[in-house]
Design a binder for this molecule. Structure first.
Ligand code: UTP
Length: 449
């Protein structure tokens, strides 16, 4: 305890010490263990840099747009190469060399849904949840490729138990329980604007998940990377739980990744406009990077090429394929330094009177790392264009842009296309939009490939 006292005094966190004096021993132990798990040297640097400092993102000067594989091959040679990639991708999937990784550790604060986001009911008729919908896609893939794909789900300490209980209650949606693996990401304490860490409960700091960048180290620390190696998994197909449209094991994408010997591959969408809220793929000093929409200088975002298209038109829908060896190399030392991204948020906290306060205005800084910041470390990274209507409709909000409502509409439109491809006409309004509700089970029909 003496050591904890010293740490708290040395790093300007006296308020926690004062709070602890009123606690019973078991609560002191919990808090003390959280405090001793923090790297205080690093925390102090982060507070100086992101909370007290006025650090601004500096737009790099040596920046250009990246090349990408277009959705449709550009010529006959390309056509042959894509065909070869599709065959290669199918082979890898059927050999069990590809694992599925879903990140589901986020707090879903914009959606305002209590509990893990994966439990959110999304399908337009049956109200299947995001987890169930994905589980059914995996079952269908297992049938199609005569394989048992391994599914890895990242949770956070606050939603892990509920997530695992949900799968158990639902008998893993008829997947084999041993093919579904959960692992938990790390956390970061929320920091008040005065540099003091907030208490989220009488016996706990206000901890939140450390961002999807935490996936990489969590894979290593949980032993999952070793498990993958032992089971012959070579590549990981990565996506986010809130994007039910995604093709979770796309043979073309996986095949190109393999043929190009890429360590980390990404899908890209053509941005709808210069300021669409997607990360921008850029080449900076010869390395592929993603620059967040909020960091992209306006003049660069609006710049056009000679054909009148946006110069930086490749936006990221957060769909990747990783080589297992790449993640192993990155995390070999047990440390991984990805840049931190700062968000100003409303974080409930225990005040000096011991009362829980739910602020109506932002009161704290949360720091997260992002998975795409691993890109510059990857050898031969490639980008494959995706068609938005087929791959991306994130459920971030209840209504409006990127919402449950827009996602359901896009799910219906995607399924309507399948009907039309099969020669069945679909009722439409005069403006061409679909005038009915459709839902296909992934068990009946999967993606067009
Ligand atoms: P977002 O950053 O959009 O966060 O996550 P969110 O939790 O869904 O929603 P908000 O921002 O609180 O409203 C994109 C994906 O990354 C996962 C989320 O679960 C989601 O699938 N994620 C995010 C994690 O797994 N861990 C994190 O720490 C953050």
């Amino acid at each position: 305890i003496m050591q904890i006292n010293e740490i708290l005094l040395q790093y300007g966190q006296k308020h926690i010490l004062e709070h602890m004096t009123g606690l019973k021993d078991s609560d002191i132990d919990i808090l003390a263990s959280q405090i001793s798990n923090i790297d205080w040297e690093e925390m102090s640097n982060l507070i100086n840099k992101y909370v007290k400092g006025k650090e601004h993102f500096q737009a790099p000067s040596n920046i250009s747009p990246p090349k990408y594989f277009t959705y449709q091959p550009e010529n006959d040679k390309g056509k042959k190469y894509y065909q070869k990639a599709i065959e290669e991708g199918k082979l890898l999937i059927s050999q069990g060399k590809v694992a599925i990784l879903t990140v589901a550790g986020g707090q879903g604060s914009r959606l305002g849904f209590e509990g893990p986001k994966g439990k959110y009911p999304i399908t337009p008729i049956k109200n299947k949840t995001l987890f169930q919908y994905n589980a059914e896609k995996i079952r269908k893939l297992n049938q199609k490729y005569s394989v048992e794909l391994q599914w890895f789900i990242m949770t956070s300490p606050s939603n892990d138990a509920e997530t695992q209980a949900y799968f158990k209650e639902n008998k893993y949606f008829n997947l084999s329980p041993k093919s579904v693996h959960f692992f938990t990401q790390g956390t970061m304490p929320a920091i008040g604007f005065d540099g003091k860490l907030l208490l989220g409960a009488p016996n706990s700091l206000a901890l939140s998940p450390n961002g999807h960048g935490g996936t990489l180290l969590a894979l290593k620390k949980s032993g999952i990377l070793n498990l993958m190696k032992e089971n012959g998994v070579e590549h990981i197909s990565y996506f986010q739980i809130d994007n039910p449209l995604v093709s979770i094991a796309c043979p073309l994408f996986i095949g190109l990744h393999k043929l190009e010997n890429s360590e980390m591959s990404s899908r890209a969408l053509i941005k709808t406009g210069p300021f669409e809220k997607l990360g921008n793929f850029c080449i900076v000093d010869g390395k592929l990077k993603i620059i967040e929409y909020s960091d992209m200088p306006n003049d660069l975002a609006e710049k056009k090429d000679e054909q009148g298209r946006l110069l930086f038109r490749a936006g990221s829908p957060a769909i990747h394929v990783f080589k297992v060896d790449f993640i192993q190399r990155l995390t070999k030392t047990g440390h991984l330094e990805l840049p931190w991204h700062k968000a100003v948020k409303k974080v409930p906290f225990i005040d000096s009177e011991g009362e829980l306060v739910k602020p109506s205005e932002p009161n704290a800084i949360k720091l997260e790392t992002f998975i795409f910041d691993a890109l510059p470390y990857a050898e031969n990274p490639l980008i494959l264009e995706a068609v938005r209507e087929e791959e991306f409709s994130p459920v971030k909000n209840q209504d409006g842009v990127d919402s449950a409502v827009s996602c359901r509409r896009m799910m219906i439109e995607k399924d309507a296309k399948k009907l039309e491809l099969a020669g069945i006409s679909v009722p439409k309004k005069p403006d061409g939009s679909i005038d009915c509700v459709i839902e296909f089970s992934p068990l009946a029909i999967l993606d067009n490939d």
